[in-house]
Ligand binder design. Sequence first.
Ligand code: MN
Length: 491
Amino acid sequence: MATKDSARVKEAVAIATKAHDGQFRKTGEPYIVHPLAVKKILEEWHMDEDTIIAGILHDTVEDTNLTLDDIRKTFGDSVAFLVDGVTKLSDERAKLRDIDTYLPATKDNFLRLMIALSDDIRVLIIKLADRLHNLRTLSALPPDKQKKVAKESLEVFAPLADRLNMGLLRVEMADLAFKYVDPKRYDYLKDLIAKTNKSAEKSLKKVEQEVAAALKKEKISFEISGRVKSIYSLHKKLAKHNQNMGEIYDLTALRIIVNDVTDCYLTLGVVHSLYTPMGGRIKDYIAMPKQNGYQSLHTTVITKDKRIIEFQIRTHEMHDFAEHGLAASFYYNEQKLTENYKKGKIEHLPTNLLWITELQMTAAKLREGKKVDLKKLKLNLFADKIFVYTPKGDIIDLPKGSLPLDFAYRLHSEIGDHVVGVKINGKMSNLNKKLEQGDVVEILTSKNQTPKSSWLDKIITPRARQKLLHNLKLSAKKDQPIIPPLKKSKK
Ligand code: MN
């Protein structure tokens, strides 16, 4: 592998190794192991040389004697810019407390994070590679740190990877993090998936052979393979369907990759001629891509031995995009860019990633000191979610319309039970106030407070409701004569 490295990359490795000399990771390994792992991830994503070099150097400015000027002199402006971006990003996160000092146009730290990143989206890609390796080695950290990093990865970074259509990254991050957030559930579902796959193995093999034979007959060239559902996505799906396994149709799936779009539809026809498709479960994400740009044909069929199997049919290019998303689009775009450049046409990003361009333009305006209405910025990253912050700057994601008690119970049920008031963005507020994107929420508690049944009207999240009901029952047993009636929560 190292033999393929260019002279510049080799030099970056040598400089980083020297700079980090004598430093060690929590795993006990020499620190350089981490930047080298980030390098490898970026190479797997086919990132360009400057990004790979910046990945190798990403922790040097913050943690060693190397300066940004040193990097600029040796590797040029672009690499220095990327390293600076990644460094600022971690700075920015450490400084979340100073809410009004940076970018006073918005209190929304998540938006600020995105703006900080958007200068060059490659900064974000390096950050994701960095986070992925930190998750892979999370076992070396103390338990409280593990939980914190895992939670943040599950709530912020994995959805971000999804929004960027980086499917492989999303799956790996979510499963690595979920293992620390809810280890029991993780083990249970892992086992469940393994058992289901084992019992389906034989009939899946048969189906694979039947489909392969039929496709050969039609002279369609193809690759077929089983695809494994991620543990975290099964967890989310089960939560959506009241834990009913009968509603999960895509636990067993086969993926067929063909050469072009015409072959995709031909293949769909071949599959439907062999097995009965289930009504309402044919999805054409080729004609109508998902919001993140994902394309494929999905269909769920019933096999001859009455098994339910999902098929995903796509081209090689669609497959690469589904797995590497934004990173793949850089790779393809670089080739397209060169072609189009010759034709006098300049394209930056595919249309499904136009929100990034929009974000970049907004960031540029902010830096020039121009007025920008951030509410108009259709970030749409998480359409149904808001991100709010603890006074310490921890990011908490909640459904839109959440109230202070939802936030309090989300932090801890001990905190929820003892709420006496709330400060939003430093000002006293009340428990009926809907939280908004970017709010800094401080919960005031008192030891003497007990949970109140009237709070049921001031809660919208099922989890907080469950905790409150549970604790109401407990405290009713202790000192309240009446068990409060169950009320439907307000929409
Ligand atoms: Mn790092």
